[in-house]
Design a protein around this ligand. Structure first.
Ligand code: NDP
Ligand code: PYC
Length: 341
């Protein structure tokens, strides 16, 4: 179900796509509440052209649910552990419903204390990370999140894979502008994009990964079948990936990327790890100036010659989708309907 190999693109209303995805999640064992959160997340990724985590992911969600690896009906347990700290046990369910359950308390704490941390463990994250942070910036807050995934990245200078693709997402308000958001894997490429390239028979740029013998390769199948990805930016991306393991797993009480064994659950695709979110109320430092300063930064970057901000491609896709509907190929739509059974 890749973005471009499955026939001409149709356009459908966001609500219709959400409804279809929600029905699929419920059909495959999710509670209504969990299905609604996941459907919103996945449809939003598709709307924004974040194809490695849009409807492309639905067969993976379904096979994981069928394998019994994840609990689609889990009710997260939220603990108010300190003035600036919330913990959530996702109880073997997905991370997004855990965040949804803790969101109001987290925002209240960030507004009271100036900063608050949300530590989620016993959770599965199979999605893009920006949907987890962007809404905080829409409320005038600054947010940073990290999540670790599954072993498929060789740390810089090491001989075998250990880290996950471990993304970092950041969002900040900006006056007169959509929130400034970036969301990036700490691997040279997201695993999802390697899968898409493999399905489409495309080669990758040099420097993305190694084959089963540890030799550099541009063949996505060689990376997926016994090989591994590399961190982006050599030792620098590797250090960030190490930080993600520490914050998302060691600090939250979740699993490191190599600590779970899904071999007894054929079809399982979702990493069973942890997630950390830090939310800051910038009004505590600069009154109402932060968003204006953020705007000044953007203007200076543009004056320096920058023609594209991180997040801008998604906002452009979102705007088109708002007018014309969300792009879904015929093949993808057929695949989704087949998942309804
Ligand atoms: P990309 O490399 O495509 O993009 C990374 C960031 O850089 C985005 O914010 C993007 O903005 C921005 N960007 C891209 N090109 C430019 C440019 N030329 N100039 C300025 N900014 C630019 O993302 P990745 O492939 O690293 O990650 C893809 C997705 O995979 C992410 O959503 C990530 O969360 C997800 N992921 C999830 C994992 C999980 O465990 N759940 C694991 C790993 C990845 P824009 O969005 O506008 O393109
Ligand atoms: O694309 O690297 C990835 C990924 C891992 C888990 C979910 N997405």
């Amino acid at each position: 179900m890749s973005a471009s190999s499955s026939g001409p693109s149709l356009r459908m209303p966001l609500a219709e796509l959400q409804g279809l995805l929600q029905a699929i999640f419920q059909r495959h064992g999710c509670s209504e509440a969990v299905a609604a959160v996941l459907a919103d997340n996945c449809a939003s990724a598709q709307r924004d052209g974040a194809h490695s985590h849009g409807v492309f992911r639905m067969p993976g969600y379904v096979s994981t649910l069928a394998s019994g690896w994840v609990d689609g009906r889990a009710v997260p347990q939220v603990s108010d552990v300190a003035p600036g700290f919330v913990r959530v046990d996702a109880r073997g369910g997905f991370a997004q419903p855990a965040l949804a359950a803790a969101r109001a308390l987290l925002v209240e704490k960030a507004r009271n204390a100036g900063i608050a941390v949300l530590a989620i463990h016993n959770s599965h994250h199979f999605a893009a990370l920006w949907p987890d942070v962007e809404p905080f910036a829409e409320q005038g807050l600054v947010a940073l999140s990290v999540v670790n995934s599954m072993t498929c990245v060789v740390p810089h200078g090491a001989r075998k894979p250990l880290f996950g693709t471990n993304p970092i997402a950041f969002a900040a308000p900006c006056a007169g502008h959509e929130p400034l958001v970036f969301d990036m894997a700490t691997s040279a490429m997201a695993h999802g994009d390697v899968q898409i390239a493999a399905r489409e028979g495309q080669q990758l740029p040099a420097g993305m990964g190694v084959d089963a013998d540890g030799q550099p390769t541009t063949d996505p199948k060689a990376i997926l079948e016994g090989g591994a990805l590399l961190p982006f930016g050599e030792h620098k991306g590797s250090a960030l990936s190490m930080m993600v393991e520490l914050l998302a797993a060691a600090l939250t009480g979740g699993h490191f990327s190599w600590e779970f064994d899904w071999s007894g659950h054929p079809g399982a695709k979702t990493p069973w790890t942890g997630q950390l979110i830090i939310v800051i109320d910038p009004s505590k430092a600069e009154g109402d100036r932060f968003a204006q300063r953020s705007r000044e930064l953007v203007e200076q970057m543009q004056a320096a010659g920058l023609s594209r901000m991180p997040g801008e491609r998604r906002y452009r896709e979102r705007e088109v989708a708002g007018r014309e509907g969300v792009a879904v190929s015929e093949g993808e739509l057929q695949g989704l309907r087949a998942l309804l059974g």
